[in-house]
Ligand binder design. Structure first.
Ligand code: NAP
Length: 244
């Protein structure tokens, strides 16, 4: 049996593309969703109809009880999670002076606390097995910061710090922890941007286009594979050269 994978925020976009790619590689795959139940269930139906093994589990990753219940369900049905992809996140553009404190807390709760909660759930099994792989999704804005995205950039920088420190702590136990920091990817997260904004972003990218969810998914599955067996604590950047 291939290692079991759980992808948070897998009801659409990069998370869904990643879950589909793992499932196509015959990994038992858990699709976590929060609000988008129907697309998550539809993806599970399609994967299972094609001979894969997927299940969808609802949990708001910012809520400790929901995260605990999700992993309990997965343990009962599939056993422990061997590959965790911490992908769920929210983002909103605004001037720093317009961010109120509750929005600051909520965004950190989803983008960073959710990662903390999911890592704590999977690590006892990984430590017991002396193997496992965690991939955290950051952003190029976590590396260089973006105007009008101070909050999002701060959460994504925290993801990089968490990745590097955790990789050092659990490396001796055979567990690899890496980070993927995408550039501008064509998903719903950018649907608020105008056609002109998107064109400008594409033109600022050396490869002259936006990335696709599948291109990020391939970076993620690479890091989870044996081809990346000596890679840990690193930040892989599918960004078309936007940040070099
Ligand atoms: P997206 O299309 O907006 O999808 C976000 C996913 O996160 C959805 O499946 C959503 O599920 C889930 N989610 C949001 N809040 C959640 C919560 N509290 N609990 C559980 N799931 C939650 O975003 P995306 O573009 O695919 O982004 C995926 C990852 O890549 C994020 O970490 C993002 O920061 C990062 N990233 C994206 C880009 C980009 O340009 N798109 C660039 C760099 C980095 P529900 O609808 O079910 O709530």
């Amino acid at each position: 049996m291939k290692p079991t994978v759980l992808v948070t925020g897998a009801s659409r976009g990069i998370g869904l593309a990643t879950a589909r790619l793992f499932a196509a590689g015959r990994h038992p795959t858990v699709i976590n969703y929060n609000r988008s139940r129907d697309p998550a269930l539809e993806a599970v139906r399609e994967i299972n109809a094609a001979g894969g093994m997927a299940m969808a589990v609802k949990a708001d990753v910012s809520q400790p009880e929901e995260v605990a219940a999700m992993f309990e369900t997965v343990r009962e049905q599939l056993g422990g999670v061997d590959i965790l992809v911490n992908n769920a996140a929210i983002a909103r553009q605004s001037l720093f002076t317009d961010i109120d404190y509750s929005e600051w807390r909520t965004t950190f709760a989803v983008n960073v606390d959710g990662m903390f909660l999911c890592c704590q759930e999977v690590l006892p099994h990984m430590l017991h097995e002396h193997r496992g792989c965690i991939i955290n999704i950051s952003s190029m804005w976590g590396q260089v910061g973006a105007s009008c995205e101070v909050l999002y950039s701060a959460t994504k920088a925290a993801v990089i710090g968490l990745t590097k420190a955790l990789a050092q702590e659990v490396g001796p136990s055979g567990i690899r922890v890496n980070c993927v920091a995408p550039g501008v990817i064509d998903t719903e997260m950018n649907s608020h941007l105008s056609a002109d904004d998107l064109r400008e972003l594409a033109e600022s990218t050396p490869l002259m286009r936006l990335g696709t969810p599948d291109e990020v998914a391939r970076a993620i599955t690479f890091l989870a594979s044996d081809d990346a067996s000596f890679i840990t604590g690193q930040v892989l950047c599918p960004n078309g050269g936007y940040v070099i």
